[in-house]
Design a protein. Structure first.
Length: 543
């Protein structure tokens, strides 16, 4: 049903593809593609768990193999900590399902442990309802026998036969390419539990985790001891963790009174009154919140909710917030991005939605008092805004604003002194897509700010679009953009940007959120981090 609605909406918005197109046939083809993808998910689980019986049942009694699961070849150094190696091509042969299982198990023996394994359907066609031909991507992430982290990616052409309503068996597997990347050392370790900052959400779909509201975190030295502390928001409340200085954190949510606040979606720390301590603003679905840090003048850390007195207790579907001094009065102001109640309210367009919750701009007038001026300043954006970022894009020493919107175009608001003007189109950064994040940095060390925009890349979306608008017919650039992934713009320092995404090979980061620039390996070059994923599943990490 959802696929049918999406196809219908696409056809209505864009006039449809070529004459004679059969929407019902597309729907049926995508149903079969999803059925095959779900079956291969079970093969993924069996592969990850080294479940021989589970692996075996997904292969036909006789399978045509070509280049299947050879031995690893010699490694080539890519970086001082990263190498790459190909894989020897196996023979072209007919094999029984037991022989295929043995070969796959032999491949898995290359890995001492497996974190994840995935077979994904990238493209698929079907002959009737039973026979399918698909381009697959097969990935394994784990530790090799030397204990090094390895990521193996295989591209293959496969044939499959449907043997039940949701059951398929592979009859052909022809490898196009196989490559591994191997890390000689670990640059990061997951230490949330021993550090004392681990929090888990209840199962999705059950109260209180029954909405699609995202949640965030913020860091700051809240007690002025020279150590960075951590605040998290979540469906079961907000939490503040004080840095002990020995690699561990203490939960001080109750004593600091942060734990008494309603559930929030985003958080930002900043010194609102220039008294030398970090105050806290929380965006929320409901009333926005401002908490004054009473470290100064009381001498003890405690956050007091003064939202009504501060003038920020405005109702909104607030999904995130950013802060900067937009009017140059020496006081930090706040911008809140407004989304909407997805599922209750649906976007009025899949590519140019305008019925989101209006964004808010709170000007800091001193004395811990704020005034909402988004309309007067030209940034009362009513699109489905997810995230924003302040930066001086044109070198005129004031704060400009970029807003990432879901279901459509983004906004770039140039600060012209007392008002913002949307220049996204003329500067080439409309970036129509499913915007989830924005960050400024200097990836090429030319001294100018560049822009990374987080969007979703969708395997299913690209499959459908390829059928609706075949590449040989020119495709549809706008719809293709909606499913293509993140975007990187190079800035020229004067407010102009150039889209380098395709030149760099694309940035398909899955169902991506937030993220941004940071030099993770301290080599003097800013890298990009893009978290991704959606609803946790029972059998895999996420769907």
């Amino acid at each position: 049903m959802i696929r049918a609605l999406c196809v219908a909406a696409t056809l209505a918005a864009f006039g449809g593809p070529q004459e004679g197109f059969d929407a019902s046939q597309l729907e049926r083809t995508e149903e079969l593609s999803e059925s095959l993808a779900n079956d291969l998910l079970q093969l993924s689980v069996a592969t990850r768990d080294r479940d021989l019986a589970g692996i075996r049942e997904h292969w036909a009694p006789a399978v045509e193999l070509d280049g299947f699961m050879g031995e690893p070849l010699g490694a080539e150094v890519v970086h001082d900590w990263l190498s790459s190696h190909g894989w020897e091509r196996g023979l072209q042969e007919q094999a029984t399902r037991d022989e295929v299982t043995e070969r796959l198990v032999a491949l898995l023996a290359h890995f001492d442990s497996i974190e994840d394994a995935r077979f994904k359907v990238k493209k698929a066609t079907f002959d009737g309802d039973e026979l399918g031909s698909a381009r697959l991507q097969f990935k394994i992430v784990g530790r090799d026998r030397m204990g090094q982290r390895e990521w193996r990616v295989v591209w293959a052409q496969a044939n499959a036969r449907q043997i039940g309503p949701e059951d398929w068996e592979l009859t052909r597997f022809a490898v196009e390419s196989a490559q591994s990347k191997v890390a000689s050392r670990d640059l990061f370790d997951e230490i949330a539990v021993p550090a004392g900052v681990a929090r888990t959400f209840p199962e999705f779909g059950k109260p209180p985790n029954d909405t699609v509201v995202a949640h965030g975190a913020a860091v700051a030295d809240v007690d002025n001891d020279g150590l960075v502390d951590v605040l998290t928001t979540g469906v079961e409340g907000n939490a503040l963790f004080r840095n002990r200085g020995d690699g561990t954190f203490e939960d001080i949510s109750a004593s600091a009174m942060v734990g008494l606040t309603p559930t929030a979606s985003g958080a930002i720390f900043f010194d609102a009154d220039n008294d030398g301590d970090q105050d806290l603003f929380l965006s929320a679905v409901g009333e926005q919140m401002f908490l004054e840090n009473r470290l100064v003048p009381d001498g003890a850390l405690s956050f007091h909710d003064i939202s009504p007195e501060a003038g920020v207790a405005r109702r909104a579907i607030g999904f995130s917030a950013v802060a900067a001094d937009v009017d140059g009065n020496g006081l930090v102001d706040i911008y809140v991005t407004g989304y909407n109640r997805y599922g209750i309210v649906m976007p009025d367009s899949w590519h140019d939605a305008q019925n989101g919750s209006p964004n808010l701009l709170f000007l800091n007038e001193g004395g811990l008092r704020f005034r909402e001026v988004a309309a007067a300043w030209g940034v009362r954006d009513s699109r489905w805004s997810y995230a924003a970022a302040f930066a001086d894009i044109d070198g005129d020493a004031d704060a400009d604003l970029y807003v990432a919107n879901d279901f459509g175009r983004n906004g770039l608001y140039e600060n012209v002194g007392g008002r913002f003007v949307d220049v996204a189109e003329e500067r080439g950064v409309l970036d129509p897509g499913n915007g989830m994040g924005a960050a400024f940095g200097d990836f090429n060390n030319d001294g100018h700010l560049d822009l990374h925009v987080t969007n979703m890349s969708s395997t299913a979306g690209n499959r459908i679009l390829a059928r609706l608008f075949p590449a040989q017919d020119g495709g549809d650039p706008l719809l293709t953009k909606l499913a293509s992934g993140n975007t990187l713009f190079r800035g020229d320092g004067a407010g102009g940007f150039a889209d380098l995404t395709q030149e760099l090979g694309g940035i398909g980061a899955g169902w991506a959120w937030g993220g941004g620039f940071f030099d993770f390996n301290s080599d003097g070059w800013e890298d990009i981090y893009a978290p991704n994923g959606f609803i946790s599943g029972k059998t895999m990490n996420d769907t």
